[in-house]
Ligand binder design. Structure first.
Ligand code: NAD
Length: 377
């Protein structure tokens, strides 16, 4: 691994002008002042690459028009100048080729989800990550960066709700309720660029990842029903699944992009033998905790009674709402620490493979009349 005492040097692939998540990554990466953007191949369009690089203050010689050229050229720079990791913020079909090229050129990778286009690529990626064990690989499952999600995980881990029995997780949106013509909808509804699933790949994977992270249990089987509601669409825009996890935990997962008027409704409820927890992404600074023999508690963000770990993830005092950008910044902070060998990441290559195996199991189950199907990784 490249050692450096200064800021961590980041490169980016994707995130050209007009893109969605690239800007969010850049804001998050610089929030704590530990990471600087030094290069990028921001778009497939050379002019967009140039304009974006210029607007971001990237040196013209390091604003590349092709990610392979970026890997080659950066690798040839002195160790204290070249980028240390690459953030991948392209559509799904470009994640694997960029991650592979980066890792093989000696760079760590922080990729957006889903990790790859399909399970086969994810398994290949795992081999590449394992073969380059001095490098870090992380996946920006943003929602794990919310401090109260970490608090909930801690409560469950320490037996705070007893043995976990039941999980309800849903991620619903409304923006694809009709045919939509924009850059983001274009590739998300195209199997060649999105993968075998639309809605489940795009947001169902977040729900799966959140359920596994919060409970600390792996999802083992699904019985799924995926739908295409908008005529002419080639990938699912809605779906539900019953699921089973390790240790007898059972649950339901729903994801939909056709729930008219819903913005970004990611919610999770987990119930154990002695209590329950409930968290909603659109109200991320409150965690509801229920008991059988005590009144319900509303656990609030940044309060001194939170665990040390959760407190360390807030940047402002109680009552000053933090949200999406800060959660993303926590993913970057955690990845930065992993890069400097001070720990692992909550979503790494294991989560990457599991996310893709989850999608494949959903597709197989739905095609087989919702038969119970094993998640094979
Ligand atoms: N973690 C989250 O919360 C979250 C939220 C939104 C999107 N995402 C993920 O982020 C990724 C990007 O989504 P988006 O909505 O920003 O898409 P987008 O279409 O808005 O942006 C994609 C960008 O990638 C560029 N690109 C495409 N091919 C390229 C190539 N070969 N080389 C360089 N650049 C290339 C495009 O020009 C564009 O600038 C997706 O994988 C998506 O699933 C994650």
């Amino acid at each position: 691994m490249t050692q450096s005492s200064g800021k961590i040097r980041m490169g980016m692939v994707g995130g050209g002008q007009g893109a969605f998540i690239g800007d969010v990554h850049r804001l998050a990466a610089r929030l704590d002042g530990d990471i600087e953007l030094v290069c990028g191949a921001f778009s497939r369009d050379p002019e967009n690459c140039r304009i974006t690089g210029e607007a971001l203050g990237v040196a013209p010689a390091r604003s590349y028009t092709d990610f392979n050229e970026m890997m080659r050229t950066e690798a040839a720079l002195p160790a204290n100048e070249r980028m240390e990791f690459v953030a991948i913020v392209t559509p799904n079909h470009v994640h694997f080729p960029v991650a592979k090229a980066a890792l093989e050129a000696g760079f760590s990778v922080l990729s957006d989800k889903p990790a790859t286009l399909n399970l086969e690529e994810a398994l290949e990626l795992r081999k590449i990550v394992q073969a380059n064990n001095g490098l870090a690989y992380g996946l920006t499952h943003t929602y794990l960066g919310y401090p109260l999600v970490g608090e909930a995980r801690g409560i469950i881990e320490s037996g705070g709700i007893g043995k976990v029995r039941k999980v309800f997780v849903e991620y619903i949106q409304g923006w694809l309720a009709t045919e939509v013509e924009n850059k983001q909808a274009d590739w998300r509804t195209d199997p060649a660029r999105s993968g075998g699933s639309g809605c489940m790949g795009d947001i169902g994977t977040h729900a799966h990842n959140l359920a596994e992270f919060m409970t600390g249990k792996r999802m083992t089987h699904v019985a799924a029903d995926l739908s295409i509601f908008v005529e002419g669409r080639r990938l699912d825009d809605d779906g539900s699944a019953l699921f089973k996890m390790e240790d007898g935990v059972k649950g339901t997962l729903s994801a939909s992009q056709v729930c008219v008027g819903v913005e970004n409704g990611l919610s999770i409820r987990v119930y154990g033998e002695t209590g329950g927890l409930e968290w909603h992404q659109e109200e991320p600074n409150t965690l509801k905790r229920t008991y059988s023999d005590r009144p319900t508690e509303l656990i609030r963000a940044a309060q001194g009674y939170l665990s040390e770990g959760a407190q360390g993830w807030f940047r402002t005092p109680p009552g000053h709402p933090e949200g999406y950008i800060e959660a993303f910044a926590n993913c970057y902070r955690e990845f930065g620490k992993a890069l400097r060998s001070q720990g692992g990441v909550a979503s790494g290559i294991d989560a990457a493979v599991r996310g893709m195996a989850f999608i494949e199991a959903l597709l197989e189950s739905s095609e087989n009349d919702s038969a119970w199907t094993e998640i094979k990784q």
